[in-house]
Design a protein. Structure first.
Length: 374
């Protein structure tokens, strides 16, 4: 893990009378880094009205996209006009033509306004591993790439402590992984994600199928699954069993052509299912209770990735992947008003445990409108 500090080299860019700096990022070893690329308002530009800021975002699209594809993530800081979820929605609409919904996601989230959601409603003691959003979704004829192109976060309330959103460059992860591991994964033809979601939350931070898919109607759930080509069935306990895939293991970026490690096998796997650790809470007693209860609850709620041919993934390989991702992980502390724009293919993200308060909103974006045929 690399914890990086910000070192300011002021470079002025003046567009629509908004002056900003983009500092070099220096890690603790004194090495210049590029993740995230920081765009910070000069003091005289910090209070630019929202309407002017939105116009500036539109006018600088080409410049911003070039830097996003080079760095993988951009952090906007000290723009005081961005105060609310509604303000954030306005910013998101200038970053891409469509804000996507979160149907089918793996973490509990709450709708805030329109398609703006909370970043996660998982308990504050839980570590959310680094991942690219919805990378488990399989390509279809209608949507050759159904995954979000960008992910955005807005810090409405800075954490009392911790609560960082770690990020990692998945191009670097792909380059660092042992070639034999990459070849072994790619030879299997993709990944399948098996999910079991209960109808009612009973233990820990289970995610119900009604929360994940935004409906409590079984017929509607079946329609959603048919529409997306997801095999599904209802368990004897009323829970939903659904399968996604096969999804790619490696992708080429649609703009840069670079190869990217693009899957969540290291995270969505029974070997790291949350009930094996802090499932019921962080204390020693809660951890002990989770271990005792594991045989009774492990089949109620799980995520488990296999290869497309049904064979299991080596836990040794998964440990190697986790170690390489950890080596590339970058941490920075949130400040109120920060907006983080991430290329969802190039860079993964997660969440660290935190002390309250913490309010982070999120938006999933598509670079081309995705309106399915009637």
């Amino acid at each position: 893990m690399v914890v990086r500090n910000f070192c300011y080299w002021k470079v002025e860019i003046v567009t629509s009378k908004i002056a900003v700096t983009h500092p070099a990022l220096i890690d603790v070893a004194g090495k210049e880094c590029q993740l995230p690329f920081l765009i910070e308002a000069y003091p005289e530009s910090a209070d630019t009205p929202l309407s002017e800021l939105l116009d500036w975002l539109t006018e600088t699209t080409t410049w911003r996209e070039e830097r996003l594809h080079r760095a993988g993530a951009i952090l906007f800081r000290r723009f005081t006009a961005i105060r609310t979820a509604e303000d954030f929605a306005g910013v998101a609409q200038r970053m891409a033509p469509e804000i996507l919904d979160y149907a089918g996601g793996t973490t509990p989230r709450s709708a805030i306004t329109g398609k703006i959601v909370t970043s996660t409603d998982a308990p504050r003691h839980v570590v959310i591993g680094l991942h690219q959003e919805m990378s488990y979704l399989a390509p279809t004829q209608e949507f050759p790439d159904p995954t979000p192109d960008k992910v955005m976060f807005f810090c409405a309330t800075a954490p009392g402590g911790g609560g960082q959103t770690p990020i990692a460059d998945m191009r670097a992860v792909y380059r660092k992984l042992p070639r034999e591991l990459v070849e072994r994964f790619e030879s299997k033809g993709g990944l399948i994600l098996h999910r079991k979601l209960p109808t009612h939350k009973r233990y820990g931070f289970e995610v119900t199928w009604t929360t994940a898919f935004g409906t409590s109607n079984q017929a509607e759930m079946e329609r959603i699954a048919r529409k997306n080509g997801w095999p599904m069935s209802w368990g004897k306990d009323g829970g939903l069993e659904v399968t996604h895939g096969p999804s790619p293991i490696v992708r080429r970026h649609r703009v840069t052509g670079e190869k990217i490690w693009f899957n969540q096998a290291h995270l969505l796997h029974k070997s790291v299912a949350p009930w094996t650790s802090a499932w019921l809470g962080p204390s020693a007693l809660e951890r002990m209770k989770a271990r005792v209860m594991e045989p009774f609850i492990r089949d109620r709620f799980y995520y488990h990735s296999t290869f497309a041919d049904g064979s299991e993934i080596s836990e040794k390989d998964l440990d190697t992947i986790r170690s390489v991702i950890a080596e590339e992980m970058v941490l920075f502390d949130w400040q109120r008003g920060d907006v983080l724009l991430i290329d969802n293919k190039l860079v993964s993200h997660g969440r660290q445990p935190y002390s309250p308060p913490r309010t982070i909103y999120a938006a999933l974006l598509a670079d081309q409108a995705r309106r399915p045929a009637a």
